[in-house]
Structures are given as structure tokens and as C-alpha cells.
Design a protein around this ligand. Structure first.
Ligand code: HEC
Length: 86
């Protein structure tokens, strides 16, 4: 019985590990397309080519202007943005 519980817990962790990066990307894309096209077109975002550090600065600036990106969503958004035009 104990072994079975250990097995179940391990499976849950493995499963979460597997789904987390895969599910973060499409959500971040949808969020960027919705929130980042409010003041300017999404083209301004999609044609930019920045690395993660540069995107972090840009995203922080956009949040100050009023972009509705939550602190917990920021990492996924920056990760998605830095894959654009690469
Ligand atoms: C509240 C309005 C607003 C929202 C929402 C917004 N932006 Fe902007 N954005 C601006 C304005 C105004 C400028 C031009 C002035 C500037 O660059 O600071 C701009 C400029 C830009 C630029 C070009 C300048 C640069 O640094 O390359 C990029 C890229 C950009 N925004 C990306 C984004 C992204 C990504 C998001 C979503 C997280 C976003 N914006 C959401 C207002 C907004």
C-alpha cells in the first residue's frame, strides 16, 4: 500500500513536470495577442526581435502603461515573446 502511494505521488510530479512547459506557451500566446494589441497593433509585438532581458524591460514598461499582465504570468509571457522572430 505504501509503495503504491509513493508511486502515485511520483506519477503526479512527473505529470505536472511534463505538462507545465507545454501548456504555458499557448496560454502566453493568447494572453499576448489579447493584452498587447489593445493600444497598438499586435504587429508591433510580432515584428520585434528581443532577447528575454530586453523583453522583460519592455513588458515592465507596458505594464506601467496599463497592460493587464499579472506578476505570475510575466515569466511565461517573456518566455513566449523571446521565441518570436528567432
Ligand atoms: C496601455 C497601452 C499599452 C499596452 C496594453 C501595451 N503597450 Fe506596448 N506600447 C505602448 C506605447 C504607448 C508604445 C510606444 C511608446 C514606448 O515604446 O514606450 C508601445 C510600444 C511597444 C513596443 C515598441 C517599442 C519597443 O520597446 O520595442 C513594443 C515591442 C511593445 N509596445 C510591446 C508590447 C507588449 C509585448 C505588450 C503586452 C505585454 C504591450 N506592448 C502592451 C502602449 C501599450
Amino acid at each position: 500500500m505504501k509503495n503504491f502511494i509513493v508511486f502515485l505521488v511520483s506519477c503526479t510530479f512527473l505529470f505536472l513536470l511534463l505538462i507545465s512547459p507545454a501548456s504555458a506557451q499557448p496560454e502566453a500566446k493568447a494572453l499576448v495577442e489579447k493584452e498587447c494589441s489593445k493600444c497598438h497593433g499586435i504587429a508591433k509585438v510580432n515584428k520585434a526581435s528581443k532577447d528575454a532581458a530586453a523583453w522583460e524591460k519592455t513588458v515592465n514598461r507596458m505594464i506601467k502603461k496599463g497592460a493587464a499582465i499579472k506578476p505570475e504570468e510575466k515569466d511565461a509571457v517573456i518566455k513566449y515573446l523571446s521565441t518570436l522572430n528567432k
